[in-house]
Design a protein around this ligand. Structure first.
Ligand SMILES: O=C(O)CCC(=O)C(=O)O
Ligand SMILES: [Fe+2]
Length: 423
């Protein structure tokens, strides 16, 4: 029976794509085509919503294994169609965006947490944060107080995890997307028609005390280091979320109230440790396809190697890595909660031929079953601020996947109220 399942999985893998039409095949010179990629968390939900079986064959060895084996040519499974390759600049349908096209660099707006903590500077920092979330959906935080022992230690233990023998890493492979620990490769290895040049270790971080005993025991310090890092990331998330709510003009609730109170009581938190090894033909593939993130805010810690690109005004901008800073981006839930004021934007990861790259992405949001809609404070028909999104929870997400919408709209687009679909 296992063999049958593996065969079925391999077949789906080869072009099944029943929930994902358009991702690889669509005309990617339009934003719509590009938008069909779902976020990692969304992919997970897809896996959990269909009885999916993995092909535990050669594929599963991942790209670290391929890179270590010294290949000089990119295997066909990783070669993207020409229109999806990273060097192709034309990514938007509109002529202005097409004219802008291409690839550039960006120094993300800087949100200084020391300034945020200083009453005389807080308003100015909030204005920077507000601009960044509207314009880019991305910013970086500095002076955050998370020590280099914590963040540098996390990157270091991540690197050592991927240096473990494959057999040790493979102990954590799991088809159960809710497993507190999961090791794998590509974006959604069971479904990707073209694989991505990425291996990952996914750690569920909530409730922290309960899940840590299920995390890897190798390297021996991983649990300790990742626990400290997860706690720091959660604390940072709470502080930045509080600032974002203030910037949005949502009054601070009485202690324990409002969204912040809910998050303090119960938040969802997942960490993905990404490994992008050196790749023999980086211009033919991607480490991660264009996608948006599903939660409220994502905190990305990256090493000194660039690779993250953000879609802005029709161009892919490479984010300059700033050692010691966190890259923060708005997820789908915050776009909805802010009634469209903040943008959950597409981003992707490029790889290169000489330098392996490690990143750690922490996804923070409300619990999956909590319905999220625009904050009432931000909806005011008379002031020209009608409600722009329907309420959204896990169940509506699954319904979207099963619907025709899932084939040609992003999840976010599918949650927009009809009046505003063109905006
Ligand atoms: O590797 C990166 O810099 C970004 C990772 C990312 O976008 C994700 O994990 O969702
Ligand atoms: Fe992402």
């Amino acid at each position: 029976q296992l063999q049958q399942q593996a065969a079925a999985a391999a077949k789906k893998d080869g072009g099944g794509h029943e929930l994902e039409d358009g991702a690889a095949d669509a005309d990617t010179s339009t934003t719509m085509g590009m938008s069909c990629k779902r976020s990692e968390q969304q992919q997970q939900l897809v896996e959990s919503s269909s009885s999916y079986d993995y092909d535990y064959g050669a594929l599963m060895k991942g790209v670290r294994h391929l890179s270590d084996s010294g290949i000089t040519r990119l295997p066909d499974r990783y070669v993207l169609p020409v229109s999806d390759r990273p060097g192709v600049g034309l990514i938007a349908a509109s002529s202005t965006a097409a004219a802008a096209g291409g690839v550039g660099r960006v120094k993300l707006p800087v949100v200084d947490l020391a300034g945020l903590r200083d009453p005389s500077q807080r308003a100015a920092v909030l204005a920077t944060l507000d601009d960044a979330c509207r314009e880019y959906g991305f910013f970086q935080v500095v002076n955050h107080g998370v020590g280099s022992d914590v963040s540098g230690g996390m990157l270091d233990v991540a690197r050592r995890f991927f240096e473990l023998p494959l057999a040790e890493r493979a102990r954590h492979m799991s088809a159960d997307v809710r497993a507190p620990v999961r090791y794998g490769t590509s974006f959604n290895q069971a479904k990707d028609a073209v694989l991505c040049w990425r291996d990952f270790l996914k750690l569920v971080c909530q409730p922290l005390r309960e899940v840590v005993p299920r995390w890897p025991q190798q390297p021996a310090d991983l649990r300790d280091v990742a626990t400290g890092y997860a706690a720091a990331s959660h604390a940072l998330f709470m502080e930045v979320m509080e600032a974002a709510l203030e910037a949005l003009g949502i009054p601070a609730p009485a202690a324990g109230g409002g969204v912040l109170g809910e998050l303090a009581a119960l938040a969802s938190h997942m960490m993905t440790v990404n490994c992008y090894p050196a790749c023999p033909q980086p211009e033919l593939t991607l480490g991660m396809p264009p996608h948006s993130d599903y939660g409220l805010l994502t905190f990305v810690l990256q090493d000194h190697v660039e690779g993250l690109q953000v879609l802005h005004a029709g161009r892919w901008l490479t984010v300059d890595p700033v050692p010691g800073s966190f890259v923060v981006n708005v997820g789908d839930h915050l776009e909805i909660y802010s009634n469209g004021r903040y943008k959950s934007v597409l981003h992707r990861v490029r790889v290169n031929s000489t330098r392996p790259r490690i990143s750690v992405a922490s996804f923070h949001s409300l619990p999956a079953e909590r319905a999220i809609g625009p904050a009432p404070e931000l909806v005011d028909d008379e002031a020209g601020n009608p409600r722009r999104y329907m309420d959204t929870d896990f169940a509506t997400f699954l319904a979207y996947l099963a619907s025709a919408d899932g084939k040609n709209k992003t999840f976010l687009q599918s949650r927009k109220l009809p009046l505003h679909t063109s905006s």
